[in-house]
Design a protein around this ligand. Structure first.
Ligand code: ADP
Ligand code: GLC
Length: 475
């Protein structure tokens, strides 16, 4: 099949969260199965190495309204893996700055532009995909274009698939986006794109895509309900028959403790010894003592209400004061929460380290060096870090929601399980789970057995790619 991805993130060139990892790994896995994959994505100012890129189209006229001087771009190419190529949309005004999701007045145009540019690049080069797979809200109006404005073109026969990686971010944009993309007026209707006086990109994608995927079976059920639907549950229910949940995977090229270049010592399920060295090295790097045997709990996360780390901040002081565990957090986001965690590190300098910012190398060392990994998410479409954690023998402590519920088996109190699972997104739930983790750590045999089971889990992208192909075929 010829498959075009439309995505705002593609690791390692751009990544704000798991979306970048997921699109890159899925593209590679599909190409490895013999399919032809292209990913269209913006060339952000932060993307390095443009000198090495090729040019697919030197000057592409893009079918958008507005100022005609802003309606052209260059399309750069870069091979990712055999059969998988990136099409970078180069447009200084829109993407020249470093940020992936800046708060800008033209955020809607900026999102709409690269999707439409990808479609125009297909038409200009006569590379006509069988399937156009759109990822999250920025790509949401692509299926709408294919069903309407572009129906009479060579792309009219292409099938569209939308992946919802996160229903909270929908892209509610001004009505003028309709004219910008040349969309027909009948779509301005509450049963269509209209939402709270604007155009809802994700709603358009959900309604118009041939098939809708989300990133875990449990989240696929949750988003049918008002509690998880963020106002779109009724829209999702309209497409329930076209909706499938497919788990993300672990990209073993990036996340494998046996070959990881970022960590102090390699290890594996068969040869686990190196993990202790990774823990000691991490504690040293963080300036924490190494002379006692407290469990180390790690977090790597966007600091956003979704992740429940505001709740954890209320629970951790007691555990740190009682010197029951050590804690490390790497993350950024909400400024108030960043400060709360900075304060926690200042209050407990021997037991807590906090790094505000984005650091890929350190994220690998936290996965390798921690004993537990905390994800108290209020909702979690899939979540990647709990799977990375298991691969590194770090037991995830997760709330039973979305992909967390689908990937982690809670400790049974004896020697079975792959982590700690708790039900309630509140401080009591987190405290209960941390106590349980401490109880497990105090039983070395059981702890070792769970660690082994966790490391043996197979979250392969090859499996996920097969499941995606089945959806593409059914589309
Ligand atoms: P989400 O996409 O909702 O943020 P995921 O668990 O799917 O959650 O993916 C998050 C990804 O982003 C992981 O690969 C994680 O390691 C990475 N990540 C998040 N915050 C940081 C950070 N501050 N530094 C490095 N990597 C980070
Ligand atoms: C989103 C979700 C996360 C998921 C990721 C990749 O950012 O919040 O749960 O793992 O997308 O699909």
């Amino acid at each position: 099949m010829k498959i075009l991805f439309v995505t705002p993130e593609l690791a390692p060139w751009s990544k704000a969260g798991g979306l970048g990892d997921a699109t890159a790994a899925l593209g590679k896995a599909l190409a490895a199965l013999g399919h032809e994959v292209r990913a269209v994505t913006p060339l952000y100012g932060s993307v390095p190495g443009r000198e090495q890129m090729g040019t697919l189209v030197e000057s592409l006229k893009v079918g958008v309204g507005g100022d005609p001087r802003r309606a052209a771009c260059r399309v750069r190419t870069l091979p990712v893996s055999p059969g998988f190529e990136t099409w970078f949309i180069e447009h200084e005004d829109f993407y020249g700055a470093r940020e992936i999701y800046p708060a800008r007045e033209d955020a809607g145009e900026r999102a709409a532009f690269f999707g439409r540019a990808g479609l125009d690049a297909c038409l200009a080069t006569s590379w006509i995909p069988d399937v156009i797979h759109c990822h999250d809200w920025t790509a949401g109006l692509v299926p709408v274009l294919l069903n309407t404005t572009l129906k009479p073109t060579a792309l009219g026969g292409a099938r569209s698939v939308l992946s919802i990686h996160n229903l909270q971010h929908q892209g509610l944009q001004p009505r003028r986006l309709m004219a910008y993309l040349g969309l027909p007026e009948f779509l301005w209707h509450p049963q269509e794109l209209e939402c709270l006086g604007g155009v809802n990109f994700l709603k358009g994608g959900i309604l118009h895509a041939g098939k809708v995927i989300t990133v875990s079976p449990t989240y696929a059920k949750e988003i049918l309900t008002p509690a998880f639907g963020y106002g779109l549950d009724e829209v999702v229910r309209r497409r329930a028959g076209a909706l499938t949940g497919i788990l993300n995977g672990v990209d073993r090229d990036e996340w494998d403790p046996a070959t990881d270049k970022h960590i102090a010592k390699a290890f594996s399920a068969a040869k686990p010894a190196g993990k202790d060295e990774c823990k000691t090295a991490l504690l040293r790097e963080l300036g924490l003592p190494t002379d006692d045997d407290l469990p180390l709990v790690g977090v790597i996360s966007r600091l956003w209400d979704q992740k429940g780390l505001d709740l954890a901040a209320g629970v951790l002081p007691r555990f740190l004061r009682e010197q029951k565990l050590r804690f490390v957090l790497l993350g950024s986001g909400d400024a108030a929460l960043e400060n709360e965690y900075r304060r926690l590190a200042a209050d407990f300098p021997r037991h807590c380290a906090v790094r505000i910012g984005y650091d890929n190398g350190l994220s690998h060392r936290i996965e390798a060096g921690s004993d537990f990994f905390l994800m108290p998410s209020r909702f979690e479409p899939c979540g990647l870090n709990q799977m990375y954690s298991m691969a590194y023998g770090t037991l995830p402590i997760v709330r039973a929601t979305g992909g967390l519920a689908d990937t982690v088996t809670g400790w049974d109190g004896r020697d079975h399980g792959t982590g700690i699972v708790f039900e309630h997104a509140d401080q009591g739930g987190i405290a209960w789970a941390l106590e349980r983790a401490l109880a497990l750590y105090a039983r070395p045999q059981a702890f070792k057995a769970l660690r082994k089971q966790a490391m043996k889990q197979d979250f392969s992208w090859a499996k996920a790619a097969e499941a995606h192909l089945a959806v593409y075929r059914s589309a």
